[in-house]
Unconditional design. Structure first.
Length: 69
């Protein structure tokens, strides 16, 4: 999602520049910014999921160690 928004935003900016259409250029800038934020969100979500999996693994290791006593 984020990457496509960035590509569309950049394209609108370029067309807006070429045609001297400030509204289209501004729309492209906003769409580009939206895409950047969506990409950051997706990256943060993936990182959080990785941390959750790592924590779960440590929890399982702890349980196995407790059972081995």
């Amino acid at each position: 999602m984020g990457l496509m928004e960035q590509v569309k935003g950049k394209a609108k900016q370029a067309v807006g520049d070429a045609t001297d259409n400030n509204a289209l250029k501004t729309e492209g800038e906003a769409q580009l910014d939206k895409g950047i934020e969506e990409t950051k969100e997706a990256e943060a979500r993936a990182k959080a999921q990785a941390h959750e999996k790592k924590a779960k693994l440590h929890d399982e290791q702890q349980k196995l160690a407790e059972e081995a006593r």
